[in-house]
Design a protein around this ligand. Structure first.
Ligand SMILES: [Zn+2]
Ligand SMILES: [Zn+2]
Length: 274
Protein backbone atom coordinates (compact mmCIF):
# COMPACT_ATOMS: atom_id res chain seq x y z
CA UNK A 1 0.00 0.00 0.00
CA UNK A 2 1.42 3.31 -1.00
CA UNK A 3 1.34 5.73 1.96
CA UNK A 4 0.54 8.53 -0.45
CA UNK A 5 -2.64 6.75 -1.37
CA UNK A 6 -3.79 6.74 2.24
CA UNK A 7 -3.21 10.36 3.30
CA UNK A 8 -0.05 12.27 4.14
CA UNK A 9 3.48 10.87 4.05
CA UNK A 10 4.40 8.76 7.11
CA UNK A 11 6.87 11.18 8.68
CA UNK A 12 6.58 9.55 12.11
CA UNK A 13 7.66 6.19 10.82
CA UNK A 14 10.49 7.77 8.85
CA UNK A 15 11.83 9.43 12.00
CA UNK A 16 11.45 6.27 14.09
CA UNK A 17 13.15 4.18 11.46
CA UNK A 18 16.08 6.63 11.29
CA UNK A 19 16.46 6.23 15.07
CA UNK A 20 16.46 2.43 14.80
CA UNK A 21 18.98 2.41 11.97
CA UNK A 22 21.33 4.73 13.83
CA UNK A 23 21.79 1.95 16.38
CA UNK A 24 22.20 -0.73 13.73
CA UNK A 25 24.55 1.20 11.44
CA UNK A 26 26.73 3.58 13.49
CA UNK A 27 28.69 4.67 10.38
CA UNK A 28 25.51 6.36 9.11
CA UNK A 29 24.96 8.23 12.36
CA UNK A 30 25.72 11.71 11.07
CA UNK A 31 23.50 11.39 8.00
CA UNK A 32 20.66 9.79 9.88
CA UNK A 33 20.86 12.38 12.63
CA UNK A 34 20.46 15.16 10.08
CA UNK A 35 17.71 13.22 8.37
CA UNK A 36 15.77 12.81 11.62
CA UNK A 37 15.70 16.55 12.21
CA UNK A 38 14.85 17.13 8.57
CA UNK A 39 11.97 14.68 8.49
CA UNK A 40 10.51 16.26 11.62
CA UNK A 41 10.74 19.67 9.97
CA UNK A 42 9.31 18.33 6.70
CA UNK A 43 6.30 17.09 8.62
CA UNK A 44 5.52 20.59 9.85
CA UNK A 45 6.16 21.98 6.36
CA UNK A 46 3.75 19.45 4.90
CA UNK A 47 1.05 20.49 7.38
CA UNK A 48 1.58 24.18 6.61
CA UNK A 49 1.63 23.65 2.86
CA UNK A 50 -1.50 21.50 3.10
CA UNK A 51 -3.46 24.06 5.10
CA UNK A 52 -2.41 27.00 2.93
CA UNK A 53 -3.09 25.39 -0.43
CA UNK A 54 -6.37 23.65 0.36
CA UNK A 55 -8.61 26.13 -1.38
CA UNK A 56 -6.49 26.82 -4.44
CA UNK A 57 -6.33 23.23 -5.77
CA UNK A 58 -2.70 23.38 -6.95
CA UNK A 59 -2.93 19.95 -8.54
CA UNK A 60 -5.22 21.34 -11.22
CA UNK A 61 -2.07 22.55 -12.98
CA UNK A 62 -0.45 19.10 -12.75
CA UNK A 63 2.01 17.92 -10.16
CA UNK A 64 4.79 20.07 -11.53
CA UNK A 65 2.70 23.14 -12.24
CA UNK A 66 3.96 26.48 -10.92
CA UNK A 67 5.19 26.64 -7.33
CA UNK A 68 3.02 28.60 -4.96
CA UNK A 69 5.77 30.93 -3.77
CA UNK A 70 3.55 32.86 -1.37
CA UNK A 71 3.18 29.65 0.60
CA UNK A 72 6.76 28.42 0.20
CA UNK A 73 9.04 31.42 0.62
CA UNK A 74 8.02 32.35 4.19
CA UNK A 75 9.15 28.88 5.33
CA UNK A 76 12.51 28.81 3.57
CA UNK A 77 14.53 30.79 6.12
CA UNK A 78 13.42 28.49 8.95
CA UNK A 79 14.49 25.52 6.87
CA UNK A 80 17.93 27.04 6.23
CA UNK A 81 18.38 27.69 9.97
CA UNK A 82 17.60 24.08 10.73
CA UNK A 83 20.29 22.86 8.33
CA UNK A 84 22.70 25.42 9.71
CA UNK A 85 22.16 24.03 13.21
CA UNK A 86 21.92 20.31 12.47
CA UNK A 87 23.87 19.75 9.27
CA UNK A 88 27.51 18.72 8.90
CA UNK A 89 29.96 21.61 8.45
CA UNK A 90 29.86 21.91 4.65
CA UNK A 91 26.06 21.90 4.46
CA UNK A 92 25.78 24.29 7.42
CA UNK A 93 28.13 26.68 5.65
CA UNK A 94 26.06 26.48 2.45
CA UNK A 95 22.88 27.11 4.43
CA UNK A 96 24.46 30.22 5.95
CA UNK A 97 25.47 31.43 2.51
CA UNK A 98 22.05 30.82 0.93
CA UNK A 99 20.34 32.64 3.80
CA UNK A 100 22.23 35.82 2.83
CA UNK A 101 21.01 35.72 -0.79
CA UNK A 102 18.07 37.70 -2.14
CA UNK A 103 14.61 36.18 -2.35
CA UNK A 104 14.98 36.29 -6.15
CA UNK A 105 17.89 33.87 -5.82
CA UNK A 106 15.81 31.63 -3.62
CA UNK A 107 13.06 31.64 -6.22
CA UNK A 108 15.54 30.68 -8.97
CA UNK A 109 16.97 27.89 -6.84
CA UNK A 110 13.54 26.45 -6.08
CA UNK A 111 12.17 26.85 -9.60
CA UNK A 112 15.23 25.27 -11.23
CA UNK A 113 14.88 22.20 -9.06
CA UNK A 114 11.12 22.03 -9.50
CA UNK A 115 11.37 22.12 -13.29
CA UNK A 116 14.35 19.86 -13.91
CA UNK A 117 14.87 17.48 -11.02
CA UNK A 118 14.55 13.77 -11.51
CA UNK A 119 13.91 14.01 -15.23
CA UNK A 120 17.32 14.22 -16.76
CA UNK A 121 19.54 11.25 -17.50
CA UNK A 122 22.48 13.35 -16.40
CA UNK A 123 23.54 12.90 -12.84
CA UNK A 124 23.19 16.16 -10.97
CA UNK A 125 25.44 16.96 -8.03
CA UNK A 126 23.53 15.84 -4.97
CA UNK A 127 25.07 18.61 -2.90
CA UNK A 128 23.74 21.27 -5.26
CA UNK A 129 20.29 19.71 -5.11
CA UNK A 130 20.13 19.17 -1.40
CA UNK A 131 18.48 22.46 -0.37
CA UNK A 132 15.67 22.69 -2.91
CA UNK A 133 15.13 18.95 -2.76
CA UNK A 134 14.81 18.63 1.00
CA UNK A 135 12.65 21.75 1.19
CA UNK A 136 10.34 20.90 -1.69
CA UNK A 137 9.96 17.19 -0.98
CA UNK A 138 6.91 17.70 1.29
CA UNK A 139 5.41 20.03 -1.31
CA UNK A 140 5.93 17.43 -4.07
CA UNK A 141 4.46 14.75 -1.81
CA UNK A 142 1.48 16.98 -1.08
CA UNK A 143 0.84 17.52 -4.78
CA UNK A 144 1.25 13.80 -5.44
CA UNK A 145 -1.42 13.10 -2.82
CA UNK A 146 -3.76 15.53 -4.62
CA UNK A 147 -3.09 14.20 -8.13
CA UNK A 148 -5.49 11.62 -9.61
CA UNK A 149 -3.84 8.20 -9.86
CA UNK A 150 -2.95 7.09 -13.39
CA UNK A 151 -4.08 3.78 -14.91
CA UNK A 152 -1.96 0.80 -13.89
CA UNK A 153 1.04 0.04 -16.09
CA UNK A 154 3.99 -2.15 -15.16
CA UNK A 155 6.69 -0.90 -17.48
CA UNK A 156 6.84 2.86 -17.00
CA UNK A 157 10.48 3.79 -16.39
CA UNK A 158 9.51 7.21 -15.04
CA UNK A 159 6.99 8.21 -12.41
CA UNK A 160 3.49 8.22 -13.90
CA UNK A 161 2.59 11.28 -11.81
CA UNK A 162 5.55 13.60 -12.35
CA UNK A 163 7.85 12.08 -14.98
CA UNK A 164 10.86 11.59 -12.67
CA UNK A 165 13.26 8.70 -12.43
CA UNK A 166 12.96 6.25 -9.55
CA UNK A 167 15.05 6.56 -6.41
CA UNK A 168 14.78 2.94 -5.24
CA UNK A 169 12.79 -0.20 -5.82
CA UNK A 170 10.50 -1.65 -3.17
CA UNK A 171 9.64 -5.30 -2.88
CA UNK A 172 6.32 -5.80 -1.13
CA UNK A 173 5.08 -9.23 -0.05
CA UNK A 174 2.61 -10.81 -2.43
CA UNK A 175 1.71 -14.49 -2.44
CA UNK A 176 4.90 -16.50 -1.87
CA UNK A 177 7.23 -13.81 -3.13
CA UNK A 178 7.54 -10.09 -3.58
CA UNK A 179 6.09 -7.67 -6.05
CA UNK A 180 8.35 -4.86 -7.21
CA UNK A 181 7.42 -1.21 -7.16
CA UNK A 182 9.52 1.84 -7.97
CA UNK A 183 9.61 4.80 -5.59
CA UNK A 184 9.77 8.21 -7.28
CA UNK A 185 12.85 10.31 -6.50
CA UNK A 186 10.80 13.52 -6.72
CA UNK A 187 7.29 12.98 -5.34
CA UNK A 188 7.64 9.63 -3.47
CA UNK A 189 4.83 8.01 -5.46
CA UNK A 190 5.18 4.25 -5.89
CA UNK A 191 4.25 2.45 -9.07
CA UNK A 192 4.22 -1.19 -10.16
CA UNK A 193 7.20 -2.37 -12.14
CA UNK A 194 8.10 -5.77 -13.54
CA UNK A 195 10.79 -7.61 -11.59
CA UNK A 196 13.03 -8.63 -14.47
CA UNK A 197 13.46 -5.37 -16.34
CA UNK A 198 16.09 -2.65 -16.04
CA UNK A 199 14.33 0.62 -15.17
CA UNK A 200 17.12 2.63 -16.79
CA UNK A 201 17.56 1.05 -20.24
CA UNK A 202 14.79 -1.54 -20.51
CA UNK A 203 17.08 -4.60 -20.62
CA UNK A 204 15.03 -7.74 -19.92
CA UNK A 205 17.46 -10.65 -20.23
CA UNK A 206 17.84 -12.06 -16.76
CA UNK A 207 21.51 -12.99 -17.23
CA UNK A 208 22.34 -9.33 -17.82
CA UNK A 209 20.60 -8.25 -14.63
CA UNK A 210 22.62 -9.72 -11.75
CA UNK A 211 21.38 -9.05 -8.23
CA UNK A 212 23.78 -8.73 -5.28
CA UNK A 213 22.97 -8.80 -1.60
CA UNK A 214 25.53 -7.80 1.03
CA UNK A 215 25.65 -9.62 4.36
CA UNK A 216 25.42 -6.32 6.17
CA UNK A 217 22.14 -5.39 4.45
CA UNK A 218 20.23 -8.63 3.89
CA UNK A 219 17.05 -6.71 3.05
CA UNK A 220 18.58 -4.51 0.35
CA UNK A 221 19.05 -5.85 -3.16
CA UNK A 222 21.58 -4.23 -5.44
CA UNK A 223 19.93 -4.79 -8.82
CA UNK A 224 22.53 -4.12 -11.47
CA UNK A 225 22.34 -3.99 -15.24
CA UNK A 226 25.30 -5.11 -17.35
CA UNK A 227 23.80 -3.53 -20.46
CA UNK A 228 23.76 0.10 -19.23
CA UNK A 229 25.91 -0.23 -16.06
CA UNK A 230 23.35 1.51 -13.88
CA UNK A 231 21.92 -0.08 -10.77
CA UNK A 232 18.89 0.24 -8.57
CA UNK A 233 18.72 -0.52 -4.89
CA UNK A 234 15.55 -2.34 -3.89
CA UNK A 235 14.38 -2.48 -0.31
CA UNK A 236 12.99 -5.96 0.29
CA UNK A 237 10.03 -5.75 2.67
CA UNK A 238 9.59 -9.52 2.48
CA UNK A 239 12.90 -9.74 4.40
CA UNK A 240 12.30 -6.84 6.79
CA UNK A 241 8.74 -5.66 7.11
CA UNK A 242 9.80 -2.74 9.33
CA UNK A 243 12.00 -1.15 6.69
CA UNK A 244 11.04 2.29 5.41
CA UNK A 245 12.52 2.42 1.89
CA UNK A 246 13.36 6.12 1.84
CA UNK A 247 15.23 5.82 5.15
CA UNK A 248 16.86 2.41 4.78
CA UNK A 249 18.34 3.61 1.52
CA UNK A 250 20.05 6.50 3.35
CA UNK A 251 21.77 4.11 5.76
CA UNK A 252 23.15 1.87 3.01
CA UNK A 253 26.23 4.01 2.37
CA UNK A 254 28.63 1.03 1.90
CA UNK A 255 26.52 -0.27 -0.99
CA UNK A 256 27.16 2.94 -2.90
CA UNK A 257 30.91 2.42 -2.58
CA UNK A 258 30.56 -1.24 -3.48
CA UNK A 259 28.67 -0.49 -6.69
CA UNK A 260 30.96 2.36 -7.61
CA UNK A 261 34.05 0.14 -7.30
CA UNK A 262 32.46 -2.30 -9.74
CA UNK A 263 31.66 0.39 -12.29
CA UNK A 264 27.91 0.71 -11.67
CA UNK A 265 26.29 4.14 -11.34
CA UNK A 266 23.16 5.23 -9.64
CA UNK A 267 20.77 7.22 -11.80
CA UNK A 268 19.28 9.23 -8.94
CA UNK A 269 21.28 9.76 -5.77
CA UNK A 270 19.33 10.02 -2.53
CA UNK A 271 18.78 13.21 -0.58
CA UNK A 272 22.13 12.96 1.16
CA UNK A 273 24.00 12.24 -2.04
CA UNK A 274 24.95 8.59 -1.67
ZN1 LIG B 1 6.88 11.30 -9.04
ZN1 LIG C 1 20.05 -1.17 -17.97
Amino acid sequence: MNPLQTGGPPYDSRVRRAERLTEAYPFAKEFLGLYRSLAGFQESLFAQFASSTKSSNPAAAGLRGDLDLTVLLPQFRGFLSLVEQKGPAALAESARHISTLSSDSWVSLLNAYWTEAGRSDQQVGAFAQFFPRAFLQPYAELRASQTPKPPLATTSMVCPLCGSRPLVGVLRPEGDGGKRFLLCSFCSYEWDFRRILCPTCGEEQENKLPVYIAEQFPHIRVETCDACRFYLRSIDLTKDGNAVPLVDDLAAIPLTLWAHERGYSRLQPNLLGT
